[in-house]
Design a protein around this ligand. Structure first.
Ligand SMILES: Nc1nc2c(ncn2[C@@H]2O[C@H](COP(=O)(O)OP(=O)(O)OP(=O)(O)O)[C@@H](O)[C@H]2O)c(=O)[nH]1
Ligand SMILES: [Mg+2]
Length: 396
């Protein structure tokens, strides 16, 4: 006995095929639903498969041969047709790909990113944001924006600016102690003495939203020619007293003498913190300032991200409360500053942007960074809603 299988799209169609070929000699055994045709599991259709047998004795040998040959031909034709269908599908897929590549919407760029993100990334790069900061922002954007939302460049840009702004941490004003002792440390030539003079003036005069206070300055920079004269010059212009001290004991005594003052500002020598002797000396000085002394680290805005992070780390033993960014006027790109602050989780206290005492200093504020980013169009009212307004700076 010979068992055979036939497939088709409906039960009726298969039965008709079987009957046409074998007549009454075909005895159906079973039937089941199957998936037929298709390619790699795709495009398959539902059909019916019938298993039947043909009574040998009802077929003559010649008929059997004819049936076998016919069967072979049919199977061959089906295979050819199936191959043809696959080829057609493949060529359609190819054509579709070409159409998308040539005329369709640009979904990705050569680097695989959406054009909005590529554009914003190159602007961040132009502003000197570090590659890790950029990568973090972009990966957040990829996960939070849908493809449709990415088409809206302005919206994505606006949100990105908010994310950058949200990462800027500001030092909270500390008014509880009296006298408040502020110590400025930092690398050579970043503007510590100038900043001390500016801070002295604005606190004394009650500028920048501050109350007018009784202020004293102390310098421990008595070794270098001209250093003492520099701060004394500022002090005399502002009519503020300045003391110079040579040892930690001197410093302690001077601070004790000024205990009724509101604010004491201590200027230090800018030396490389890599110098171990200097480090120990500095530590003694800070100890002499008392446990409530607020140490701030001054760094220039022109410092490269990696160097800035190194400075943050090297001055770590002084447990500074926050950072003062100086020389903001010397660069139009502050991504390096924002990257270093964010990566090392450092709060920022003051920004200085010029040599003029006391005008060129202000409290740090996210808008001061965001409004100055090159190639971005920040929405000022929205940013002010989020971070608070700041006065427009008028520069002479
Ligand atoms: N453009 C610009 N120059 C500044 C700023 N702050 C300070 N400077 C200048 O930077 C130079 C060094 O300033 P100082 O205040 O002496 O710097 P310092 O950190 O005390 O230097 P050392 O005591 O030698 O470590 C001076 O020419 C200042 O006028 C600023 O915000 N912008
Ligand atoms: Mg100095």
């Amino acid at each position: 006995m010979q068992y055979l299988v036939e497939q088709g799209s409906t039960h009726r169609e298969v039965l008709e095929k079987v009957r046409a070929r074998y007549g009454d000699a075909a005895q159906v055994l079973s039937h089941r639903t199957v998936r037929t045709g298709g390619f790699l599991g795709f495009f398959a259709r539902e059909g019916v498969e019938i298993t039947f047998y043909v009574k040998d004795d009802s077929l003559r040998e010649t008929d059997k041969k004819r049936v076998d040959v016919e069967d072979e031909k049919r199977r061959l034709l089906e295979r050819i047709n199936q191959d043809r269908a696959i080829q057609e599908v493949l060529s359609e897929v190819r054509e579709l790909k070409e159409i998308v590549a040539e005329n369709g919407p640009r979904v990705t760029t050569s680097d695989g990113d959406h054009p909005t993100l590529s554009e914003l990334d190159s602007r961040l790069e132009y502003n000197d944001f570090s590659s890790s900061y950029r990568a973090e922002l972009l990966s957040r954007a990829r996960s939070e924006f849908s493809l449709d939302e990415l088409e809206d460049y302005e919206k994505v840009e606006e949100t990105l600016l908010e994310w950058i702004g949200d990462r800027i941490v500001l030092v909270q004003e500390n008014k509880a102690v009296k006298p408040r002792v502020i110590v400025l440390v930092g690398p050579t030539g970043v503007g510590k003495t100038t900043t001390i003079a500016k801070l002295a003036a604005i606190h004394n005069l009650g500028m920048a939203g501050l109350q007018a206070q009784d202020v004293r300055m102390i310098t421990i920079d008595t070794f270098r020619i001209g250093a003492l004269q520099q701060i004394e010059k500022y002090a005399s212009i502002m009519r503020l007293p300045v003391s110079s001290v040579e040892t930690a004991q001197d410093l302690r005594a001077t601070i004790a003498m000024y205990r009724d003052t509101d604010l004491i500002l201590v200027d230090t020598i800018g030396k490389s913190p890599r110098d171990a002797v200097r480090l120990a000396e500095m530590q003694q000085i800070l100890d002499a300032c008392g446990p409530n002394a607020e140490v701030y680290l001054a760094v220039s805005a022109t410092t490269k991200t990696q160097d800035m992070m190194d400075i943050f780390r090297q001055f770590e033993p002084f447990r500074y409360r926050g950072v003062v960014i100086t020389k903001m006027d010397e660069t139009g790109r502050v991504g390096n500053v924002l990257s270093a602050l964010a990566e090392k989780d450092k709060p920022v206290a003051w920004l200085t942007d010029g040599q003029k005492v006391p005008m060129d200093i202000e409290r740090a504020h996210p808008l001061r960074f965001l409004m100055n980013l090159e190639g971005f169009r920040p929405n000022r009212p929205k940013l002010e809603d989020r971070y608070g307004a700041i006065a427009e700076r008028t520069r002479a």
